[in-house]
Design a protein around this ligand. Structure first.
Ligand code: CAA
Length: 379
């Protein structure tokens, strides 16, 4: 067992750290306030090789391992998790192509996304099917060599700004998971209409929308894998993308811890810095140990994915533990800051709002516990 990072990994981490400090953190509050989409900074991240990182070198990409992508995600999320969600969602959207695409599809679509800056979305959730993937309703009807898609997706990250979607649809609703199929869908395909941007509590820089599909015609060569394989493509994707969600949450928690330590040394009560009081010290100690534990579990799950192991349980451990940790640590950070923490003048209220989403997206933490329990009982 080796907990050290290679020189390449340290350099990658340093690149992400500098980018987060220099380009993301300074604009985080502005985009949180306005809810605008920070396209330019995301493009800069892509130019540095920090976005769409799952595209292999054979297709012109950087081909990072899941562990490497976790290292950079924690750094970026330290700067702003809303902006980082937009950056990382490109990998979520591309992962089904990397996992299930034919050589020709990879050559065409992954190369295009490595050559030019593109935003990508993963269109799985629906208004009536968030946790229950097998119950999704968006219908794909066969028409000659094409498929015609009709229905609505919801909570789609990058929904209004994406150039490309990976869309999960059902060929037969009664067949539940056995009827699902995945498609590669350029966002300018006729019949696609994004709804209005959701006015979210946190991660406000990320663009989240409903997407309507109205007779959207997709040629068969844009189908990913075989008919009926869509559910497993989605699950295999999430196994790979939940460790980076753990890293995103770890980045939020680390930022909250650092802000709290600095504040506790400055802020005085009863004539002394509050860092001198055991009540505050114990909170800081818990924040530090829980953040470290979240990081270790995240990196272990990423390592397992990179070894080619089926990592559903570990990925759910990481996603669930790290995001619950981010929620707890950011809530405690607001407590350490007291009344100041509850105002927008200080950075921790944003961290707390941002952390809440982490317990919900990429599978609620209730779903993570369900995955863990099922794997446990199967063993
Ligand atoms: N890998 C491969 N195959 C898998 C698998 C995995 N991880 N998990 C399940 N399967 C297989 C099963 O073995 C089974 O196969 P057979 O038919 O051959 O027996 C089949 O898939 C069906 O599995 P289940 O019976 O377990 O399916 P289920 O309907 O009970 O649902 C679930 C399982 C875990 C609840 C699943 O629906 C789930 O993960 N839901 C959460 C969805 C989610 O995470 N959504 C996030 C959206 S993305 C997002 O939020 C991104 C963003 O905005 C940033």
């Amino acid at each position: 067992m080796d907990f050290g990072l290679s020189d390449e990994q340290l350099a990658l981490q340093e690149t992400a750290r500098r980018f987060a400090q220099g380009e993301i953190a300074p604009i985080a509050a502005k985009y949180d306030e306005s809810g605008e989409f920070p396209r330019e900074v995301i493009k800069q991240a892509w130019e540095l090789g920090l976005s769409s990182t799952c595209i292999g070198e054979a297709y012109g990409g950087v081909g990072l391992s899941v562990l490497d992508s976790c290292l950079i995600t924690e750094e970026l999320a330290w700067g702003c998790s809303g902006i980082t969600t937009s950056i990382m969602c490109n990998d979520l959207g591309l992962m089904p192509i990397a996992i299930a695409g034919s050589d020709a599809q990879k050559e065409h679509w992954l190369s295009a996304c490595a050559r030019d800056f593109k935003m990508i979305s993963f269109c799985l959730s629906e208004p009536e099917a968030g946790s229950d993937v097998a119950g999704l309703q968006l219908l794909a009807e066969k028409d000659g060599d094409d498929y015609v898609l009709n229905g609505t997706k919801a909570w789609i990250t990058n929904g209004g700004v994406a150039d490309l979607y990976t869309v999960f649809a059902t060929l037969d609703r009664a067949s539940r998971h056995k009827g699902l199929c995945a498609f590669i869908v350029p966002s300018d395909t006729p019949g696609i209409t994004p709804g209005k941007k959701e006015d979210k509590m946190g991660q406000r820089a990320s663009d989240t929308r409903v997407i309507h599909f109205d007779n959207v015609r997709i040629p068969a060569d844009q189908r990913l894998g075989q008919e009926g394989e869509g559910f497993k493509v989605a699950m295999r994707t999430l196994d790979r993308t939940r460790p980076p969600i753990g890293a995103l949450a770890t980045g939020i928690a680390r930022r909250a811890l650092e802000e709290s330590v600095a504040y506790a040394k400055e802020r005085k009560a009863f004539g002394f810095p509050i860092a001198g009081f055991q009540a505050v010290q114990f909170m800081l100690a818990d924040m530090a140990k829980d953040t470290e534990a979240a990081r270790l579990l995240t990196l272990q799950s990423a390592w397992a994915v990179d070894q080619g192991l089926r990592a559903s349980k570990l990925s759910s451990f990481a996603k669930c533990t790290a995001t619950d940790t981010a929620m707890k640590v950011t809530t405690d950070a607001v407590q350490v800051f007291g009344g100041n923490g509850y105002t927008k003048e200080y950075p921790v209220e944003k961290l707390m709002r941002d952390a809440k989403l982490m317990q919900i997206y990429e599978g609620t933490n209730q779903i993570q516990r369900l995955v863990i329990a099922r794997e446990l009982l199967k063993e």
